[in-house]
Design a protein around this ligand. Structure first.
Ligand code: PNS
Length: 168
């Protein structure tokens, strides 16, 4: 049984994340979408909201499970007996960051494997931080987030003050 983990903050899940999760789910028996609870980045959406949004967006894919995790990804990887972690790649700057965390995870756990999956070119500029920024001004975020969670995300962002948002 092949188990892949797709980790992230998913603050909120975007159409880019959805595309990677769907494609990755075809490469394994089980895909665990692992939502990082601990928040060095101070997420805008709560961990419960981020998990629930991912569950709703991925509901129709049988071999996907959504869980939250805390602490080191390498520990979660060992506990879940994963075969690899999958991460989406949008750009060269993503590559640099991903190469660094892949190397750190390999040092923590020698069996840790990281697979980088290029995103769809039309989604190369979609990110959770852009969604948060556009949504906070009441801008149109359809197409940037899965249809099934669009209203929830748009409503919550519209109500937020800009200072509540972490805009990288
Ligand atoms: O969606 P993100 O914020 O780019 O996801 C980053 C994530 C969750 C993959 C990364 O921050 C992570 O794995 N954090 C858990 C802590 C950890 O294991 N750090 C060591 C690797 S540097």
């Amino acid at each position: 049984m092949t188990t892949l983990i797709y980790p992230g903050s998913f603050d909120p899940m975007t159409t880019g994340h959805l595309d990677i999760a769907k494609r990755a789910s075809k490469l394994c028996d089980k895909l665990i979408v692992a939502v990082l609870a601990n928040a060095a980045k101070r997420p805008f959406f709560t961990i419960e909201e981020r998990v629930e949004m991912a569950r709703i967006a991925l509901d129709d894919i049988e071999n996907i499970e959504v869980e939250s995790f805390d602490g080191l990804l390498a520990d979660f990887y060992r506990q879940r007996k994963a075969n690899a972690v999958i991460r989406g790649l949008r750009s060269e700057s993503d590559f640099r960051f991903e190469a660094e965390i892949a190397a750190a995870n390999k040092m923590l756990l020698s069996t840790f494997e990281t697979c980088l999956m290029p995103c769809r070119t039309d989604l190369a500029f979609t990110s959770s931080s852009i969604v948060r920024e556009v949504g906070s001004y009441g801008g149109d975020i359809s197409g940037m987030v899965p249809e099934s969670i669009l209203k929830f995300v748009a409503d919550k962002l519209k109500d937020a003050r800009l200072t509540d948002l972490q805009l990288e």
